[in-house]
Ligand binder design. Structure first.
Ligand SMILES: Nc1ncnc2c1ncn2[C@@H]1O[C@H](COP(=O)(O)OP(=O)(O)O)[C@@H](O)[C@H]1O
Ligand SMILES: [Mg+2]
Length: 361
């Protein structure tokens, strides 16, 4: 054990897990919020490194992120002993879009998989995956089950106080993989209040955007991945005028695709009018209120769909087809796509609001 382990309480019943970490490929950690998962991840990372393995941490806790900003899954190789996951500098991030998993289950699972693959490509032979504290209910079962299938861990480590994680792990007992280890919570865990969690997120975003500047990114260079916006042809003037009349709202921009019309409007649209438009243009006709874009957190994607950086969408010029984005990304020409998130963030990292997943159209 290194000197850094002196600061931790390591219950003796954790010993098999520490030993197993020295030989495991992928290790998935499960446990409630404030169960000590991230601390355990740091302990395991040091153990695996000592077993002369190349170790990476995938931080899939999108709310209380240590590796990279919130709303992302972060990945870092562990070059030396660490005291905490917060010591790590991200080698890659993958934008999920939200700080809570419930309405972003697919995004959470795919981002965790993407970062574990990136870790393997970077040469990691042990990948330790830390997760959110979402452990109860059907959403937790769906998400953790998908992560087990996608990541195919050798080792599943559940940290629990009582039996709160059992419904997520008991069905693996008849399987060859993953090996499931149950660890008791350390008595040294210090819980964070709701306010502490929110302020930690704000500080992480603030630090991430501290060196940011505004970039003008044309839509044609960086089309939107997860909204009909930018996927169709600009609608002719008479179609826009008709949409404006139906919706009783100013149409700032409209485009047509085979399966519907997409419009960005300045005010709340009339719902009966939207129904009329669907009858005329296709059932997937949708409308986005421009307010849903103001200060929207976005992922700026590179040529392989990887997340180059996060950004805050601050202005959209619908005529010139240009988005103005506050971001630490230095070279706008590397941007090849945008992934819209669902939270609105100020430059100082304060969360201003959130959109329903349906809002982006
Ligand atoms: N094994 C431990 N020994 C000492 N302190 C711990 C230990 N586990 C957790 N803590 C304390 O509790 C806090 C919360 O633990 P953390 O690992 O962040 O929990 P989780 O990731 O499950 O939310 C840590 O910042 C640390 O101060
Ligand atoms: Mg944690």
């Amino acid at each position: 054990m290194s000197n850094s382990s002196a600061q931790w309480d390591i219950p003796s019943s954790w010993k098999p897990a520490l030993q197993a970490a020295g030989a495991a490929g992928t290790i998935l950690l499960l446990g409630a919020a404030d169960s000590g998962k991230s601390t355990l991840a740091a302990v395991l990372a040091n153990e695996a490194r000592r077993a002369t393995r190349t170790v990476a941490v995938v931080d899939a806790d999108i709310g209380q992120s240590s590796v990279g900003p919130p709303a992302c899954v972060g990945m870092a190789l562990v070059p030396e002993d660490i005291r905490s996951l917060d010591d790590l500098h991200p080698d890659a991030i993958d934008f999920v879009g939200s700080c809570t998993p419930a309405r972003h289950l697919l995004q959470c699972a795919t981002s965790a998989h993407a970062m574990a693959s990136t870790a393997a490509r970077a040469g990691a032979d042990t990948v330790i995956v830390d997760t959110t504290g979402l452990i109860s209910g059907a959403f937790a079962r769906a998400l953790k089950g998908a992560k087990v299938r996608l990541l195919a861990p050798d080792l599943l480590i559940a940290v629990q106080d009582d039996d709160e994680v059992e419904h997520l792990i008991s069905h693996y007992q008849t399987r060859a993989r993953p090996t499931v280890l149950r660890l008791p919570m350390s008595r040294a865990v210090k819980a964070r209040s709701r306010d502490e969690r929110a302020s930690r997120r704000q500080m992480k975003f603030a630090a991430y955007f501290a060196q940011a500047h505004t970039l003008e990114i044309p839509w044609d260079d960086a089309p939107v991945e997860n909204s009909p916006w930018t996927s169709g042809d600009p609608a002719p003037g008479h179609v826009r005028a008709y949409a404006e009349e139906c919706l009783a709202a100013e149409v700032l921009y409209a485009e047509r695709r085979a399966d519907g019309l997409f419009a960005i409007v300045a005010q709340q649209p009339d719902s009966t009018g939207l129904q009329t438009l669907r009858e005329g243009f296709g059932s997937n006709t949708s409308v986005l209120e421009a307010g849903a874009l103001d200060h929207l957190l976005v992922g700026i994607l590179g040529e392989n769909g990887e997340t180059l950086a996060l950004g805050i969408l601050e202005h959209t010029d619908f005529r010139r087809r240009i988005n103005t984005i506050f971001t630490p990304l230095s070279h706008p020409q590397t941007a090849r796509g945008l992934r819209l998130g669902s939270i609105l963030i100020a430059r100082d990292g304060t969360q201003l609001g959130s959109n329903s997943p349906a809002a982006i159209g």
